[in-house]
Design a protein around this ligand. Structure first.
Ligand SMILES: CCCCCCCCCCCCC/C=C/[C@@H](O)[C@H](COP(=O)(O)O)NC(=O)CCCCCCCCCCCCCCC
Ligand SMILES: Nc1ncnc2c1ncn2[C@@H]1O[C@H](COP(=O)(O)OP(=O)(O)O)[C@@H](O)[C@H]1O
Ligand SMILES: [Ca+2]
Length: 521
């Protein structure tokens, strides 16, 4: 790591800036002030007289709660030649940072969250990309799946070092689907086969949060802040994550990177989609309504526990980027403080000891969290100890219980108390799982659901003529509705993610070439 140190700043103090955190450098013109922003005039007269040459370095400053800000520091010196030498050396050092993107393809969802995507990008992000000399091609989407289809078929991906998603988890998911599908198609991989290993994508996806939950951004960076995300993208950070593939009867349905939730989160989502006009508050409204309906669903969950890793979902450790910057710490495992290295899947390939486990029951919620799912509503998330790129997902089963107990469970997501420490909740770290509802879903029912119609005439169970629950919920897959109740899920990252050139956050591996807040899949 190179450090730029010493030199008398405008305040006569010394300053150290790591080259890897420099965004830009510009020379100041003594006669006519700063070339860019006229800040020269503001400098104390005394220092300008004593040191007539100067340059300004823009760099990343750590602010409160994982936030990053762009700061400027001006360095002064006596000789013009020396000043130029500094500027030139810094520029050379910046050019040598190959992990930084130079050309980006940006997709903005103008419809997500509070519909502020375009404004957020123009006002907060574009000026930083310009400062860092990053060229961009910006596409404002015109309809759902525009970004997915463009990435899958048309986009000239060779021209770019990364793609940027301005939106929420749904928009990120669209882009994941576009990129992953294209990569598999180009490499002849059949997505319909649940056993097939996916070929990793070479492009990373950066997220500028502009959605309703922004849990993928929050859970990886530690905050949903557009400026922080833009700076992570500029300095070339990367963060691989687990991707679950969801299949139904050997047909590929979707990928999931954050939450796959049946029951409570599925019903809440289905209700909230009809209230998009409310913006992010729709989730609270529909959450409250779904809480009151208190439906439970019968079925069988089978899962393959991840036996070859040491961490458990009940650990007190947290896996989140935003505090360890990967490519800046050299060497494998240097900063890995909470998963024992020799047990890492890279070194110990999955053994699947013990085989599948089967649990039958009545569930209020079945949630699979591939990452913590931390978000502003729940800063610790659905599964606080979930890891970002360990090839597992945390399967949380909430059995039928009273409304009061379910409320206690929900409330614990917002406090320091353990949401899993309740008799009706269990959590397992798994590699694969399957859910089969007790009653078979007919094709005609599925068709109706796929066409967006809610079916209320579902089979009424054991006790007719009562206010019992419907037979099926739907899955909430990263905020998108999956109408199929029966699904098979595999966490597909371990074999292909960790063996590639990717940088992995604290408990996973790290290789020198990439960086933390761009996602490599
Ligand atoms: C009583 C308060 C209880 C608060 C419980 C909070 C639990 C929050 C866990 C959040 C997990 C979020 C997982 C993220 C999923 C996202 O991928 C996905 C898509 O995001 P996008 O819109 O940005 O595209 N988002 C979602 O599915 C939304 C999840 C939001 C959950 C809000 C639940 C609110 C529950 C309110 C219950 C109120 C009961 C009150 C009784 C008096
Ligand atoms: N231009 C558009 N018009 C309408 N829907 C869009 C557009 N672009 C993307 N979408 C869809 O909007 C939905 C929500 O996007 P997302 O960015 O996740 O916002 P939110 O967090 O508010 O749900 C996604 O299903 C996405 O496919
Ligand atoms: Ca994981």
């Amino acid at each position: 790591m190179s450090w730029l140190t010493f030199f008398i700043t405008s305040h006569g103090t010394s300053h150290g800036v790591s080259v890897s955190e420099i965004l830009a450098v510009r020379e100041l013109d003594v006669d006519c002030g700063t070339k860019d922003d006229g800040r020269w005039q503001k400098m104390p007269q005394k220092s300008t007289e004593a040191y007539p040459y100067a340059f300004t370095v823009s760099y990343v400053e750590r602010a409160w709660q994982h936030r990053w800000r762009c700061s400027d520091v001006t360095f002064h010196c006596l000789e013009g030649a020396l000043c130029q030498q500094w500027v030139q050396t810094i520029r050379e050092q910046l050019t040598a940072l190959t992990s930084r993107p130079k050309h980006l393809l940006v997709y903005i969802n103008p419809y997500g969250g509070k519909q502020q995507g375009e404004r957020i990008y123009e006002q907060k992000v574009a000026p930083l990309f310009t400062l860092a000399s990053i060229s961009t091609h910006v596409i404002v989407t015109e309809h759902a799946n525009h970004a997915r289809d463009h990435l899958r078929t048309e986009a000239e991906l060779k021209k770019y070092d990364g793609v940027v998603c301005v939106g929420g988890d749904g928009m990120f998911s669209e882009m994941v689907h576009g990129l992953v599908s294209r990569t598999q198609r180009d490499n002849g991989v059949d997505q319909n086969s649940p056993e097939e290993k996916l070929v990793p994508c070479t492009l990373r996806i950066g997220i500028i949060p502009a959605g309703s939950t922004d849990c993928i951004c929050y859970a990886t960076v530690g905050i949903n802040d557009p400026v922080t995300s833009a700076l992570h993208i500029i300095v070339g950070d990367a963060q691989p994550m687990d991707v679950c593939s969801v299949h139904h009867n050997n047909t590929f349905l979707r990928y999931s990177v954050s939450l796959l939730g049946y029951g409570f989160y599925g019903d809440m989502l289905a209700d909230s989609e009809r209230k998009r006009w409310m913006g992010p508050a729709r989730y609270d409204f529909s959450g409250f309504k779904t809480f009151l309906t208190h439906h439970y669903y019968e079925g069988t969950v089978s899962f393959l526990p991840a036996t070859d890793i040491l961490g458990t979902p009940r650990d007190k450790t947290r896996c989140r980027a935003g505090y360890v910057l990967l490519q800046r710490t050299m060497g494998l495992y240097k900063n890995h403080h909470h998963v024992l290295q020799k047990h890492h899947p890279l070194f110990l390939l999955p053994e699947y000891k013990g085989g599948w486990r089967v649990i039958r029951g009545k569930f209020l919620a079945i949630n699979a969290a591939s990452m913590s799912c931390a978000c502003p509503r729940s800063p610790k998330g659905l599964s606080p100890a979930a890891h970002l790129a360990d090839g597992t997902t945390d399967l949380i089963l909430v059995r039928k219980c009273s409304r009061f107990n379910f409320l206690r469970h929900l409330l614990r997501h917002t406090s320091k108390y353990d949401q899993f420490d309740m008799t009706f909740v269990e959590v397992h770290r798994v590699r694969r799982f399957r859910f089969t509802p007790r009653y078979c879903q007919s094709d005609s029912e599925l068709d109706l659901r796929e066409n967006g119609k809610r079916l209320f005439s579902q089979i009424c169970r054991d006790h007719p003529a009562c206010s019992c629950s419907p037979a099926y919920s739907s899955w909430n897959c990263d905020g998108e509705i999956l109408p199929h109740a029966a699904i098979e899920v595999g966490c597909v990252t371990t074999p292909y993610n960790l063996l590639c050139k990717y940088t992995v956050h604290s408990e996973s591996i790290q290789t020198p070439s990439l960086f933390p807040h761009f996602f490599t899949l």
